[in-house]
Design a protein around this ligand. Structure first.
Ligand code: R5P
Length: 289
């Protein structure tokens, strides 16, 4: 594959990462309109598109872009920095949907053979994975976020708040043990609270960095910060690849005593201090772009 037969397409919600060359608009009834503005015939095409916020409509836009390209492109790769619907890969209760599977199969059916994403929740480790016919390259922002948070604490204890995010600290850190409770639901939302959080290692007198794949409602991180201080930590800093910060999660984590809170720009926002750019535009990932 040489540079001539590769094409990078970016949608408007990735304008901070690459020049947009896909048009996304709405028909008067609210339905999505997409149009690829480059010639894709016979090319290995990579589509850079954020699927959060407004995940339902953003995913549909990506599927439409894929289906417009599939008949002409030689191959199709989607780069989705934060993959939504990745948190449910099992049916915990009968009748639930395994949304992670559905998303992978929708991408495959709209023509994508490869998905590049970051700290994907259901994969729980980096590297290349297969889901049916879809190859998923799961990049990690853990190291870059840890380096960023370490700049003012040279000898931190690095911790993940649960075993699922344990791969972020594997080989040099510790994983807390988290037990989620039953779903708490009202008429609109379903949320599993953190029932218990514990650790079997010492943080007494130490600077702690807590690293997670994501901060959503913030319950996990808030509990982790409290737990570290109760165990005698000198300071606690928090980092997560995907910073959703729902329902004032940032405020609650800060009020718990976090000295610093940082995320990557998989989801843009005021805490997104570490960029995925380096992963996207330098080798080895650049080969897809
Ligand atoms: C869970 O298993 C993940 O690794 C995160 O800890 C979790 O998704 C964070 O969610 P929240 O911020 O709502 O506690």
């Amino acid at each position: 594959m040489d540079g001539m037969d590769r094409l990078l397409l970016a949608t408007p919600n990735c304008a901070d990462l690459a020049r947009p060359n896909v048009e996304i608009k709405r028909f008067p009834d609210g339905e999505a309109y997409v149009r690829v503005l480059e010639e894709a015939e016979g090319k290995h095409v990579t589509v850079l598109h954020r699927c959060y916020p407004k995940q339902d409509s953003s995913i549909l836009q990506l599927l439409l872009v894929g289906s417009a390209l599939a008949p002409v492109a030689k191959s199709l790769t989607a780069v989705v920095p934060y993959l939504p619907y990745a948190r449910q890969d099992k049916a915990w209760k009968s009748g639930e949907a395994k949304s992670a599977e559905i998303i992978c199969s929708l991408l495959t059916h709209s023509g994508f053979s490869k998905l590049v994403t970051f700290d994907c929740h259901f994969l729980k480790k980096g590297g290349e994975h297969k889901r049916d016919r879809l190859t998923i390259v799961n990049k990690s922002m853990g190291k870059m976020i840890e380096d960023y948070l370490s700049r003012s604490v040279p000898d931190p204890v690095v911790v993940s708040p649960d075993a699922g995010a344990g791969y972020l600290v594997e080989g040099h850190g510790h994983a807390m043990k988290k037990v989620r409770g039953e779903y708490v639901t009202d008429d609109k939302t379903a949320y599993r609270e953190v029932k218990e959080l514990s650790m079997d290692f010492s943080v007494n007198g130490r600077d702690v960095i807590v690293l997670d794949d994501m901060i959503a409602g913030g319950g996990t991180m808030e509990r982790a910060v409290h737990l570290c201080y109760e165990a005698g930590a000198k300071s606690v800093r928090c980092g997560a690849t995907h910073g959703l910060f729902l329902n004032f999660a940032d405020q609650r984590i800060t009020e718990a005593g976090a000295v610093e809170v940082v995320s990557s720009d998989t989801v843009p926002g005021m805490y997104a201090k570490v960029s995925i750019r380096e992963h996207l535009f330098t080798a080895p990932l650049a080969q897809f772009i």
